[in-house]
Design a protein around this ligand. Structure first.
Ligand SMILES: NC(=O)c1ccc[n+]([C@@H]2O[C@H](COP(=O)([O-])OP(=O)(O)OC[C@H]3O[C@@H](n4cnc5c(N)ncnc54)[C@H](OP(=O)(O)O)[C@@H]3O)[C@@H](O)[C@H]2O)c1
Length: 306
């Protein structure tokens, strides 16, 4: 039993464990023996059938995009990696495949991982680190000395965003529940607001909000912005600017450009990877249910090896 897949849209209870076959390699592709996979809310949204317009999938669909593992075989034109290399990457969401023991992916989408980084740590990186980077800097244009409000700072994306914003010299205001306040401070937050007991809209003069929640949280976030402030939303696709305040959706398309930097920061001790829990593949349902609570602390991961 080597793969967690779905044959119909629904909740984690529809996830089945079974066998899958590796297809033949194209000249630019590699076969990977997956060692660990990172779970993202996107996996739940795809499984529920909510992403068919953006990332259509076909059944049977092996879940998961974020993976780390070992190169088993390479296509005839591949020169950048070789069998035995430890690598990390992200598959296209329509392809999935990370919750399977073996997957096929283009060599160009792989990044080597250093010996001191575990497979679990590597698998935590692709979506969370890359989305945080894109949201804060590519969309958010965050600059040294600016004030940034990061919602859900204890989550997968949030825990990466707090560290990146702190290292960029921003003043970081973060929302989290009280049990996660010390963690978020240790990652570099200057102020932590307990969203359950405090009103984050009392904060002001914010240059950038990283919106990880949408809904009421997004609505309230406009009032904390400076006149020319900006919201980078990970969830509200239709967000629009309001007067002088800018609103823009973050569409995370590829982890590949961000992975070398994530690894460098980890190696230099500037990036902590927070692990909520690690489940074996045959407990993929429980892993997805854990993420679906909306209260994971850092990343929920799946270990593929026994
Ligand atoms: N647009 C894109 O391309 C893109 C890319 C990546 C992610 N996303 C989206 O971004 C969202 C966040 O992803 P993620 O991986 O970071 O999720 P996650 O890891 O599941 O986030 C969990 C965290 O949310 C916190 N939280 C829950 N409700 C909160 C509230 N009202 N205020 C503050 N914090 C709250 C929890 O903290 P407590 O336990 O302390 O409550 C928990 O630590 C998801 O909707 C995901 O689909 C979009």
């Amino acid at each position: 039993m080597n793969t967690a897949f779905i044959e119909a849209f629904g909740g984690p209870d529809l996830v089945a464990i079974g066998e899958s076959r590796l297809r033949d390699l194209q000249p630019d592709e590699t076969a990977i023996r997956v060692e660990a996979a990172g779970i993202n809310p996107l996996d739940l949204k795809i499984a529920a059938g909510h992403m068919q317009q953006v990332f259509p999938v076909q059944f049977p669909y092996t879940l998961g995009t974020d993976f780390s593992g070992v190169v088993k075989a390479v296509g005839t034109q591949v020169t950048t990696v070789k069998p035995g290399d430890r690598v990390v990457g992200r598959t296209a969401p329509s392809s999935g495949g990370a919750f399977g023991r073996y997957l096929v992916i283009a060599a160009a989408d792989l990044c080597g991982i250093p010996a001191e980084m575990s497979f679990e740590q590597a698998a935590a990186l692709p979506t969370a680190f890359g989305t945080a980077r894109q949201g804060l800097f590519d969309v958010g244009h965050l600059q040294r000395g600016q004030r940034v409000l990061i919602h859900a700072a204890a989550g997968g994306v949030g825990s990466m965003a707090v560290q990146q914003a702190h290292h960029a010299g921003a003043h970081v205001v973060a929302t989290a529940s009280a049990r996660n306040a010390a963690l978020v401070k240790s990652l570099g937050a200057d102020e932590v607001i307990d969203y359950r007991t405090e009103d984050f809209t009392e904060v002001n003069d914010i240059d950038l909000v990283l919106d990880t929640l949408g809904g009421e949280t997004l609505e309230g976030s406009w009032s904390v912005l400076r006149a020319n402030g900006r919201i980078a939303s990970l969830v509200e696709f239709g967000i629009q600017s309001r007067g002088t305040q800018a609103g823009e959706f973050v569409f995370f398309a590829s982890a590949t450009p961000f992975l070398p930097q994530a690894i460098r920061l980890f190696q230099s001790g500037q990036l902590q990877i927070i692990t909520d829990s690690i489940f074996p593949l045959d407990e993929a349902r429980s892993a997805l249910e854990k993420l679906a609570t909306g209260h994971a602390r850092g990343k929920v991961l799946i270990r593929l090896s026994h």
